[in-house]
Design a protein around this ligand. Structure first.
Ligand SMILES: *Cc1c(COP(=O)(O)O)cnc(C)c1O
Length: 355
C-alpha cells in the first residue's frame, strides 16, 4: 500500500506495463493503464474502496447484471497540458450524470467527493499513461454493475463500482457518413435515453450494423413518436450550421445531455457564433441540404470531440457535404475547445481540474 485516504486505499503495482505500449499508434479502447478503482456496495452502504492493479473480476454466473442488465457507465478524459501537467476536463459533470443514471436504474449513487477523489487518485497514479500527442488523451471509464447472485427481476442489493483508464488516440479516423434512421428507435419518451445505461447501446447495435451494410458509418437517430425530428448522431449529440447559425436539438429524456455539447455551446456563444437550441426536423435538414444553406454538420462527444459528417443519407438519397477541411465554424470550435482542455488557451470557464 502506498497511501490511504478516509475512504480508500492505494495498492500500487510492482510491474508496470507502460514499456509495452506504442503511444503513437493507439487503437481506441484497447490499451488499459496499470491501475483501476474498485468499490463494493452491500447492506445498503458502500464499503471501503481501493485502487489496485488492473485485472479481471471473479463473479457468480447468477450476478444480476448478466440477466437483467443493471449497468451504467461514464466516459470522460484527462489531458496532458501544454506545461506537462495533467488535468481532467469537467469531471463534475460526469459525476452528476452518473448519479442521475444510477437513480433511473435503481442503483445506489456514489458520494460526489469520493468519486472525484477516486478519479484524481487513479489518474495521478497512472499519469505517465496520459499521452501528449494531438488527438490523444487518457479516456476514463467509470461504471457500475449489479452483482447480487439472484435469479429474479428486481433491483440488485449488491453492486460493484469501478473506474479504469485507457490511453487513446482518435476515435474515428476522418469524417463520418451518416444515415437518418426513420424506423428503428434509440430512446423513447419515458425511457432511459438520457442515462448512460448499458442496454441503450446494446439496442442500437442492430440498426447501426444495417446502416454500415448500406455504406454508412453512423446513424442519425430521430424521435421515437414520429421519426420527424433529429435527436442524436450515434453516441454523439448532433449539431448543424445553417445560414451561419449553430442549431442543436434541446436535451430531453430521449437526448443525452452531453458534456461536449454543453461545452461547445458555451464556447460558441463566447465566440459570438449565433446559437439556436431547438427541434430540428428531417424536412428542415433536407431543405437546407437542397438549398445549400447547411454548410457544416457534426457530432459532438467525449470520445471523438467534434466529428464532421461528410455525407447524410435521407430516405435513400445521399447528400454529400463540402470537404470539412474548408469549413469555418467546426475548426474554430475545435481549436478553441482543444486549446482550453490542453491548457494552451485560457481556461476562462474553469473547466480543467488538475490531478
Ligand atoms: C456519451 C453520449 C453522448 C456524449 O456525451 P459527452 O458527455 O459529450 O461525452 C451523446 N449521446 C449519447 C447517447 C451518449 O451516450
Amino acid at each position: 500500500m502506498i497511501e490511504t485516504t478516509p475512504s480508500f486505499d492505494i495498492f500500487q503495482t510492482e510491474t508496470t506495463r507502460l514499456d509495452q505500449v506504442v503511444f503513437d499508434d493507439l487503437e481506441f479502447g484497447r490499451v488499459f493503464s496499470d491501475h483501476m478503482f474498485l468499490m463494493e456496495y452491500e447492506n445498503g452502504a458502500w464499503k471501503r474502496g481501493r485502487v489496485e492493479p488492473y485485472g479481471p473480476f471473479t463473479m457468480s454466473p447468477a450476478s444480476m447484471v448478466f440477466h437483467y442488465g443493471q449497468a451504467i457507465f461514464e466516459g470522460m478524459k484527462a489531458y496532458r497540458q501544454s506545461n506537462g501537467e495533467v488535468s481532467m476536463f469537467r469531471p463534475g459533470m460526469n459525476i452528476a450524470r452518473f448519479n442521475k443514471s444510477a437513480v433511473r436504474m435503481c442503483m445506489p449513487e456514489i458520494p460526489e467527493d469520493l468519486f472525484m477523489e477516486a478519479l484524481a487518485a487513479l489518474v495521478k497514479l497512472d499519469s505517465d499513461w496520459v499521452p501528449g500527442g494531438e488527438d490523444s488523451a487518457l479516456y476514463i471509464r467509470p461504471f457500475m454493475i449489479a452483482t447480487d447472485a439472484f435469479v429474479g427481476v428486481r433491483a440488485s442489493q449488491k453492486y460493484a463500482f469501478s473506474i479504469f483508464t485507457c490511453p487513446v488516440g482518435a476515435y474515428y479516423k476522418g469524417p463520418v457518413k451518416v444515415k437518418v434512421e426513420t424506423s428503428f428507435t434509440r430512446a423513447t419518451p419515458g425511457g432511459t435515453g438520457f442515462a448512460k445505461a448499458a442496454g441503450n447501446y446494446a439496442g442500437s447495435l442492430y440498426p447501426s450494423q444495417k446502416a454500415r451494410e448500406e455504406g454508412y458509418d453512423q446513424l442519425i437517430w430521430t424521435d421515437a413518436v414520429e421519426h420527424k425530428y433529429i435527436e442524436e448522431c450515434g453516441t454523439m449529440n448532433a449539431m448543424f450550421i445553417v445560414d451561419g447559425v449553430l442549431i442543436s436539438p434541446e436535451t430531453s429524456d430521449t437526448i443525452l445531455d452531453g458534456v461536449t455539447r454543453n461545452s461547445v455551446l458555451i464556447v460558441a456563444k463566447d465566440l459570438g457564433i449565433p446559437v439556436e437550441i431547438r427541434r430540428f426536423s428531417v424536412v428542415e435538414l433536407q431543405e437546407s441540404l437542397n438549398n445549400n444553406t447547411l454548410t457544416e454538420a457534426f457530432g459532438v462527444g467525449t470520445a471523438a470531440t467534434i466529428k464532421p459528417m461528410s455525407e447524410i443519407g435521407i430516405n435513400g438519397e445521399r447528400y454529400p457535404l463540402n470537404n470539412p477541411d474548408n469549413w469555418k465554424v467546426v475548426p474554430w470550435l475545435l481549436r478553441e475547445l482543444d486549446g482550453i482542455r490542453r491548457g494552451s488557451i485560457d481556461d476562462r470557464f474553469n473547466w480543467n481540474i488538475p490531478v
